[in-house]
Design a binder for this molecule. Structure first.
Ligand code: SF4
Ligand code: SF4
Ligand code: FES
Length: 360
């Protein structure tokens, strides 16, 4: 098949940058990485890019296609070439470019190392002296995080890192969750304290680009949410982000609604809220602020309260509850099947299905 590519070339020694177009003949099964190999072998040997495994496991070939991060060896070119589209290939974002499609991964690895990506001693050895066995339920909490291949595609797309390069970032925090969620790790609270500092979990803008671009389904934003839930569960709630999240929970439990009028004082404190009074009054004048009293209570608020009670009884306020929620959403998306209950038949309360209520 005929494939055309535009590639941003860059030489860090001269600072020269140029968009070059290549037209190549490639087999129909070719991936973007195969196409780059053809360009380098037959058209322009000076093109630089990284690769190793060619099978989506080493994480070397992260780059951008049309402005979004991809693994080159995972990206099939057939449909793109058939549509006559000429994609623009460039280096990943948020990392300094060394040459062409090669970025300097040192800042990435520095954050990775800062996570202390190994188990800290502290767990009790099993009485029989044999291996430490972890339940499937606990493994589910870190399953996705364990799939990370350190490719950097999430970091490339991270909005928060664009404005604050010191932000720990999606890959490092997903790695952090891998160890926070491991029951054998002896430094859970110390890790959470660290991730709650400046440039930590609460600086994430929740843009979800990292989830969207991760080629391995790690869903780093979800890992950050789990770290937030674990932090609040451990009483680490000094950050405004944590206070904000706590008010969401409290508000839905007491009224079934999010009481936004009280969100600012509950999150920022009274003094700070007084400073915002002028803005609040102007919102009120335009009908954007519902009166806080009497609070609007949902008709079926009992359901919301029971749900909160159940979560507390089952001790699922942290990452465990988050994973259960993910699974419930999956059931809603794919249909409910008791045979696939993760903790045995009937262990998973049947999720609420809107269409069933409509039928009733
Ligand atoms: S969701 Fe957070 S961590 Fe993920 S890309 Fe957006 S800002 Fe970065
Ligand atoms: S979380 Fe996904 S995108 Fe980010 S480094 Fe790991 S595998 Fe790559
Ligand atoms: S070459 Fe290893 S992930 Fe693409």
């Amino acid at each position: 098949m005929d494939v055309a590519l535009k590639i941003w070339r860059f030489d860090s020694s001269t600072g020269e940058r140029a968009l070059k177009e290549y037209e190549i003949d490639a087999p129909e099964w070719a991936t973007l990485l195969d196409c780059l190999d053809i360009v380098k072998d037959r058209h322009d040997g000076s093109l630089s890019y990284r690769k190793s495994c060619r099978m989506m496991i080493c994480g070397s070939c992260g780059m951008r296609m049309d402005g979004a991060a991809v693994l080159a060896c995972k990206t099939r070119m057939y449909d793109i070439a058939e549509a006559g589209h000429v994609p623009v290939i460039s280096a990943m974002g948020n990392l300094p470019i060394v040459k062409d499609l090669v970025v300097d991964m040192d800042p990435f690895w520095a954050k990775f190392k800062a996570m202390k990506p190994w188990l800290q001693p502290g767990y009790e050895r099993p009485e029989d002296g044999r291996e430490y066995r972890i339940s499937q339920e606990r493994m589910n909490v870190v399953h996705k995080e364990s799939l990370c291949i350190n490719c950097g595609c999430c970091v490339s797309e991270c909005n928060a890192m664009e404005s604050d390069p010191e932000f720990l970032g999606p890959q490092a925090l997903a790695k952090g969750m891998r160890f926070v969620g491991d029951p054998r790790d002896g430094a859970k609270v110390e890790r959470l304290e660290e991730y709650n500092s400046e440039h930590g979990i609460w600086d994430c803008t929740r843009c979800y680009f990292c989830n969207e671009r991760c080629p391995k389904g790690v869903d780093p934003r979800d890992a950050i949410a789990k770290l937030g839930a674990e932090s609040v569960k451990e009483g680490i709630d000094r950050d405004m982000g944590a206070k904000h999240a706590k008010w969401f929970v409290k508000s839905t439990e007491t009224t079934g609604w999010l009481r936004e009028t009280e969100l600012v004082p509950k999150t920022q404190g009274v003094v700070s809220s007084i400073k915002e009074m002028k803005f609040a009054l102007s919102l009120a004048r335009h009908g954007k602020v519902p009166p806080p009293f009497p609070p609007h209570v949902a008709r079926d608020v009992g359901e919301a309260r029971n749900l909160h009670k159940l979560v507390r009884e089952q001790d699922r306020q942290g990452a465990l509850g988050h994973v259960q929620g993910e699974r419930a959403l999956l059931h809603l998306a794919e249909g409910y099947d008791h045979a696939r209950d993760p903790y045995g038949e009937g262990s998973f309360p049947k999720p609420y299905l809107p269409e069933e209520e409509a039928q009733a």
